[in-house]
Design a protein around this ligand. Structure first.
Ligand code: AMP
Length: 397
């Protein structure tokens, strides 16, 4: 997929009311923001709109609010944004998100000023893409900018509905960057192109596996999902995670890989434990098979070497899902080795959000990767080859 959507740089902002849909869905503990990466990530687009004379109105969802909920208010986000931007971000709260007072405040804005409105999920119709709230959002802007990649796979009022009632709907820098790396890299990868999939379940990644087999040179499968593939190949897997109803699917994918000439790599040995616990009795197997009473909790040393050797020769790598239970220090080596090999590879390296992004950051390899996607669900749907509604809704160039 080539990226042909208009960006914030393709429209005039001077004197216009510019509504930017950001992803300010940050973790808040005891009234404090504990991870402000998403706020920092939004700054470039906001600064650009300010510098170019827009009257900047920011909106976002926060948490799982299903209507007005003071504990999910964006007030604290506004305070922190003011500090990060070095200018006043005026928070204009309303249980309706958009009401007459919000409209009045916006009508009095000068060019280059910034207002933050309340959590879009205070309006229950947000998640249903209801027309009334979509029109309310459209009524407070001349230009709509979507910069919330993490919610681009959801057709909500603030991501899709609003675009039906605004002439100019464009993307911001964050979405542009995601599409450049996820979209352009996947459609025109430098080869060898290697995808690494792991994590708990095959069922979460069925369409990803199927779609990637049409594109990659090597597909590496590790983590909990590998055991369903191994069982389907008649290896003993002890008490490892398995999805019996996905055995046939796994065989089909192995067959598809053969037909497409894709090198499908599964673990050749494992680190096993007698229970799902960091302090489980821990052993390494000599081959693919796992003895009764033990479960695979990480890939083994031979597998680490096998996967690392392939990764170090790759030119494009996409990774989604840990190689083992990386939260347990006794079973995180496989995930660390894959992250290390990616960091050392002379390749474009992309982490597909969610758990793998967390793993890479926790293990200290975050700044060694070309791109870490900000959207777990959105990047998985992208890798499935799906069109994301929040991006599809934006104007073409
Ligand atoms: P996902 O959200 O599908 O990417 O899965 C991530 C989760 O998979 C992490 O919490 C890991 O602990 C878990 N996981 C990875 N490998 C295994 C394994 N061999 N057995 C059980 N859980 C695993």
């Amino acid at each position: 997929m080539t990226f042909n959507k208009k960006s914030i740089e393709d429209v005039s902002l001077k004197g216009k009311r510019v509504l930017i849909r950001c992803d300010f869905n940050v973790p808040i503990v005891d009234g404090k923001i504990t991870d402000e990466n998403r706020l920092v990530g939004a700054l470039d687009t906001i600064k650009y709109a300010v510098k170019n004379g827009g009257k900047v109105i920011l909106c976002s969802h926060l948490g799982k609010a299903k209507g007005p909920d003071e504990t999910k208010s964006l007030r604290i986000v506004g305070e922190r944004l003011s500090q990060l931007l070095g200018m006043n971000v005026k928070f204009v709260p309303s249980d309706l998100v958009v009401d007459d007072n919000v409209r009045k405040e916006i009508s009095m804005m000068n060019d280059g000023e910034v207002i933050l409105i309340e959590n879009t999920r205070f309006r229950p119709e947000e998640g249903k893409c209801g027309e009334e709230f979509s029109k309310d959002l459209a009524s407070i802007c001349d230009v709509y900018v979507n910069d919330a990649f993490g919610t681009a796979h959801r057709a909500h009022c603030s991501t899709v509905g609003v675009t039906k009632f605004v002439d100019e709907s464009v993307c911001g820098y964050l979405i542009q960057k995601e599409l450049k790396f996820l979209g352009d890299t996947i459609s025109k990868p430098s080869r060898p192109f290697v995808a690494v999939l792991g994590g708990a379940k095959v069922s979460d990644k069925i369409n990803v596996i199927n779609n990637l087999l049409d594109k990659v040179d090597t597909l590496i499968i590790g983590g909990g999902m590998a055991y369903t593939f191994l069982k389907a190949q008649s290896y003993s897997i002890g008490t490892s995670l398995v999805e019996e109803d996905k055995l046939d699917y796994s065989r089909e994918m192995v067959e598809k890989a053969k037909q497409k000439g894709v090198n499908l790599l599964l673990p050749v040995d494992h680190v096993i434990g007698d229970k799902f616990d960091n302090n489980a009795v821990r052993k390494e197997t000599i081959d693919q098979n796992i003895e009764d009473g033990f479960m695979g909790l990480d890939i083994g040393s031979k597998t680490c070497k096998l996967f690392s050797d392939v990764l170090k020769k790759a030119k494009t790598i996409i990774w989604n899902g840990p190689m083992g239970v990386f939260e347990f220090s006794n079973f995180n080596k496989g995930t660390i080795e894959v992250a290390k090999a990616m960091a050392e590879a002379d390749a474009t390296t992309i982490i597909g959000g969610g758990d793998s992004a967390a793993a890479v950051n926790i293990l200290g390899f975050g700044d060694k990767m070309t791109h870490i996607s900000t959207g777990g669900g959105a990047s998985l749907e992208f890798l499935e080859g799906k069109v994301l509604p929040g991006i599809d809704a934006l104007n073409n160039k």
